[in-house]
Design a protein around this ligand. Structure first.
Ligand code: SF4
Ligand code: FES
Length: 236
C-alpha cells in the first residue's frame, strides 16, 4: 500500500493511503480522544469528540482519511475546548453519577472527563427518565446512561453477527431500541462483544458488579490514551 505524508500539530507523519487521521495518529503515537469510534469497526462519525481541524476545516478524525500534505490541528486550545464542551454536554444530557455506577474506572466518558480536567458540571443536568430494560437474565440496559454512540449496534451486526439493537426517533427523542419487545426477547448473550463494547454503564452484564474493586480498574491503572501516548514516550 502506498504511503502519504501529512502534518499533525507540526509533526510530519507518514500514513497509509486511505487510513483515517485517527488511525494514522495512533500508529504514530498521538492519541486523539474519541468515543463512537471503536477498534476496527466502520467509523460512525457521530460523537465528534475526535474533531480536528484539517486544512482549516473542522472534521471528524475517525472518518476523515489522510491526504498528502494535509495540515491537521488537534491539540490547539480551540479544539481542546470544543471536545471538552461535547464531553460536558454528554454528562449533562444523561444520568452519569460515577460514584454510583458499576462502570466507574472502566468508563470511557468518565476517563475522558478526567483527561480534560472536568470535575464539576458546566451545564444544568437534564435528568432524563428513560426506560431501563432489566428483562434479560444476564444483561441490563439503562438508557439514562446511553450516549448513543452506536457501538453496540455496529458490534452486534459486524462482530456478533446478530441484529439486536437499533436507534429510533430523532434529535432529543433518539433512543436505543432492541429488536423485540425487550432484551429478553432477543438472542443477546452476556458474552456478546456488543456488551463489552459499551463505553459507559448503559449496557452491562448482571451479577458481576464490583468483581474488580474500584481502584483496580482499567483507568485507575492508566489514563485513557496512555497506551497510545506511551508509544511515543509521551505523557498522558
Ligand atoms: Fe453506545 Fe452503550 Fe448506548 Fe450502545 S448502549 S449506544 S454502546 S452508550
Ligand atoms: Fe469520531 Fe465519534 S470518535 S465522531
Amino acid at each position: 500500500m502506498s504511503t502519504v505524508q501529512f502534518v499533525l500539530d507540526g509533526q510530519a507523519i507518514e500514513a497509509q493511503d486511505g487510513q483515517t487521521i485517527l488511525k494514522a495518529a495512533e500508529a504514530a503515537g498521538v492519541y486523539i480522544p474519541h468515543l463512537c469510534a471503536f477498534k476496527d469497526l466502520i467509523p460512525h462519525g457521530s460523537c465528534r469528540v475526535c474533531s480536528v481541524r484539517v486544512n482549516g476545516r473542522i472534521q471528524a478524525a475517525c472518518v476523515q482519511t489522510v491526504t498528502a500534505g494535509a495540515v491537521v490541528e488537534s491539540e490547539t486550545p480551540e479544539i481542546l475546548e470544543f471536545r471538552r464542551n461535547i464531553i460536558d454536554m454528554l454528562f449533562a444530557e444523561g444520568n452519569h453519577f460515577c460514584m454510583f455506577c458499576e462502570k466507574s474506572g472502566n468508563c470511557e466518558l468518565q476517563a475522558l472527563a478526567y483527561r480534560f480536567g472536568i470535575t464539576s458540571p458546566r451545564y444544568d443536568y437534564l435528568n432524563p427518565d428513560r426506560d431501563i430494560d432489566m428483562s434479560h437474565p444476564d444483561v441490563y440496559l439503562d438508557r439514562n446512561r446511553c450516549i448513543l454512540c452506536g457501538r453496540c449496534v455496529r458490534v452486534s451486526q459486524e462482530v456478533d453477527h446478530k441484529t439486536i439493537f437499533q436507534f429510533v426517533g430523532r434529535g432529543h427523542e433518539k433512543r436505543l431500541q432492541v429488536n423485540g419487545t425487550c432484551l429478553a426477547d432477543t438472542e443477546l448473550s452476556a458474552t456478546d462483544e456488543a456488551v463489552a463494547a459499551c463505553p459507559v454503564g448503559a449496557l452491562m452484564p448482571k451479577r458481576v458488579g464490583y468483581a474488580i474493586p474500584v481502584g483496580q480498574r482499567a483507568f485507575d491503572a492508566a489514563p485513557i490514551g496512555a497506551d497510545v501516548d506511551a508509544r511515543k514516550g509521551g505523557a498522558a
